[in-house]
Ligand binder design. Structure first.
Ligand SMILES: [Zn+2]
Length: 196
């Protein structure tokens, strides 16, 4: 049972991992805690935004849109590798996913296929949204991939988790395809190397 990191510790661990962090507005208090629980936390989830343009992407992830109020994640990782903190607490990023996957993440075992939408992911995962069109063609700059690796590793380090606690949205909720353009297996390998 892991309690979410205090906001300042979340910020510090990202900076300590060598990341350039941008604090957006009142990110520490911007959340969806009034509609449901936040924590215990069990892992980190990676997404792509299906957007282009850093400013627009950060705004959207902070504010959300009709039918899906923000924040849509905790950190937005733009193509230049910066991490923009848009919210902290419960955020609308993971949605309903598979309880078998959550059990595997908690046990840090190989993931089963995600074929059920029966578990509240917004409660249990940190979320990083990554600026990309998600069409399989939009490139992922190395600076951005490295920032994903560093951000996920930073949170894992704080909680004593391994790379197996980092999953993609597509491994959580049936029908999701994000992130697209790199594999989570490859990203987890990078995170494992960093955590050695
Ligand atoms: Zn997603």
């Amino acid at each position: 049972m892991a309690s979410p990191l205090p906001a300042n510790r979340f910020l510090d661990c990202l900076q300590d991992e060598g990341l350039t962090v941008v604090e957006v507005g009142d990110w520490r208090e911007h959340n969806r805690n009034h509609v449901g629980p936040w924590g215990p936390v069990h892992g980190v989830m990676i997404h792509h935004t299906v957007t282009q343009g850093s400013e627009y992407t950060v705004d959207l992830c902070r504010n959300g849109y009709d039918g899906l109020p923000g924040p849509l994640c905790h950190g937005v990782i733009t193509k230049d590798g910066r991490v923009h903190l848009v919210g902290y607490g419960r955020a609308n990023h993971a949605g309903l996913g598979d309880d078998d996957v959550l059990r595997a993440v908690i046990a840090e075992k190989a993931l089963p296929p995600d074929n059920e939408k029966n578990t509240d992911g917004n409660r249990h995962f940190y979320g990083f949204e990554c600026e990309n069109l998600g069409d399989g063609e939009d490139p992922w700059p190395e600076a951005q991939l490295e920032a994903i690796e560093r951000a996920a590793a930073a949170v894992c380090r704080q909680h004593g988790w391994t790379h197996r606690s980092v999953i993609g949205h597509l491994e959580w909720q049936p029908g999701k395809v994000d992130p697209r353009g790199f594999t989570m297996a490859a990203m987890r390998q990078r995170i494992a190397e960093r955590l050695k």
